[in-house]
Design a protein around this ligand. Sequence first.
Ligand code: SAM
Length: 324
Amino acid sequence: MKLTDRYGRVIKDLRISVTPRCNYDCLYCHPLGLEMTDPPGTVTVEDVAHFIQAGVLLGLESVRFTGGEPLVRKELPAMIAAARAAGVEDVAITTNATALKKRLPDLLAAGLTRVNISLDARDPEVFRALTRGGDVEDVWEGIEAALEAGLHPVKLNAVVIRGMNEGEVAPLAELTLDRPLHMRYIEYMHLNNAPFEEYRAQFVPGSEIKARVEAAFGKLEPVATDPSSPARVYRIPGAAGTVGFINPVSEPFCSNCSRLRLTSDKKLRPCLLTELEIDIAWAFAAERPVEALVDAILIATDRKPAYGNTLPTQRQRVMLGIGG
Ligand code: SAM
């Protein structure tokens, strides 16, 4: 079966945030300060298993675990295994990769199929400033471990912020020349409650990011992709990997959106860029949770808005708490 919303969009991808905790404090993601523990009510392995089973009954095809930082949850392998046991073939994580080298054997044994790794800069000082203290060497180890394990594709995500890392755009693209790495530049969304003027001054449109890559490496060659993919993908001529541009602000892709998000505190978020959240704790607590979660997913799908709000606005929940 295909789960279709009222605008005819097929919903097939689940994003599950497994924790509000993170070991990085990225300035574009949330205001300063981090949660140190998972609050009571945070999704358990059993909750995740039930939710994915419900999703599979409705035809959902892919699951991506995110956070916070998903690798801070020691139960992540059990969650991945639950997704595979439910019949999901595409099980991915979005991670800052600092613990990836150490955790990868367990994740692979559980059935992980793909990784997206956040890497906003190659320069250690720029990286440290953006992540408020991170060490880019730790991420490198994670990227190398993913490549050595033969994971494919290994995607790298960079949010480009004016005055911080626009000078890193070309060095990041260079990584794709001789390695099968897939660089994705993401436009900065106002999801961290930054002051509006500061946000506007720091926003860099995808067209400018692409122009920076082309100024360094020449005209990019288009690469065909799945139409539901938010990225416009290209290759530097002769490169082993690709570069892609995800432009939710300047070129919104709402009409192709195939996602539903579950937050770690059991809210369904049909759209990243609206405040609408549906509390589905009742469904997890029901006597027959999978059946109740099927209902919950149908309700959230029916309420999926046509468009998100990309304008700067005071958000009730910042990116860290939603899961990108
Ligand atoms: N901790 C993991 C990580 O670092 O990838 C997963 C969670 S993080 C919220 C998921 C993705 O959201 C990352 O690729 C991050 O760069 C992106 N992200 C966070 N805040 C963003 C913002 N304001 N605009 C665009 N992307 C953002």
